[in-house]
Design a protein. Structure first.
Length: 244
């Protein structure tokens, strides 16, 4: 059976809470750390097998020293799959979706998932190709959001955006070249926020499918923000405007 690893106290706890059926074994450091002991107890409650390993062994398993003494072996490819149609069926007038057009840095993807979860996003939509997958690094950075928010992977992003428009979802893209700022544009829900890749922004075809494009006012010397930071600003402004 193929396996992968989730590591870090918060990410492992969320995985055990929300997706215990995907968990195979908890590997942990023999420590009196209270948070770690709570996770060990939770694994026992969920009837997940456990094994004590050294810190070096845990580091070797997940190829990262930031495991916090806690690594969870999970069944690869068993993450709950959610289709675009399932997301569409449960939309309301104040639903917000997040579309990530080719985010390739796993740290940025993880941060975007964490922000999306905090902002109450219904689902995050990503393309299958030329984008970061749901790796252990992504799950670690997401700090549990990878287990609590629906991630929809689509084969053809353009076709998926067209389907969202057919379902009555407004598409708002972000672009440094947009004339209207986020704070000037009128919008309503259901709404999908479309964010582009690091440095390049959203692709031309993606931009053309958006109902409108907005930019974030830049008052200093830097030309752009990290995609996860920009995503957070946009999502919370959307929440404020839609009175969610």
């Amino acid at each position: 059976m193929d396996v992968s690893f989730v590591y870090g106290l918060h990410a492992v706890k969320k995985m055990l809470q929300h997706s215990a059926e995907e968990c195979d074994e908890l590997l942990y450091l023999n420590s009196k750390n209270q948070r770690l002991q709570q996770i060990v107890s939770l694994a026992t409650q969920k009837k997940i097998s456990k094994k004590i390993l050294s810190r070096d062994a845990l580091t070797q398993l997940c190829q990262n020293e930031k495991h916090q003494g806690c690594v969870l072996k999970v069944k690869a490819g068993q993450h709950k799959a959610v289709s675009l149609e399932q997301v569409i069926q449960r939309l309301s007038n104040i639903s917000v979706l997040l579309v990530l057009d080719g985010i390739q840095d796993p740290h940025n993807l993880g941060a975007c998932l964490r922000t999306a979860d905090a902002a109450g996003v219904e689902a995050v939509i990503v393309p299958k190709d030329r984008a970061a997958g749901l790796t252990p690094v992504v799950k670690k950075v997401a700090a549990g959001a990878a287990e609590s928010i629906d991630l929809v992977t689509v084969t053809n992003l353009s076709r998926s955006l067209k389907r969202l428009k057919e379902a009555g979802v407004w598409l708002m893209g972000t672009s440094g070249e947009a004339k209207a700022s986020l704070y000037e544009q009128d919008f309503s829900g259901p709404l999908a926020l479309v964010m582009g890749a690091e440095g390049e922004g959203i692709r031309r075809l993606t931009a053309e499918l958006c109902d409108y494009l907005v930019h974030l006012p830049m008052m200093g010397q830097v030309e752009s923000l990290n995609v996860s930071v920009a995503t957070g600003i946009c999502l919370y402004e959307i929440n404020r405007r839609l009175d969610r």
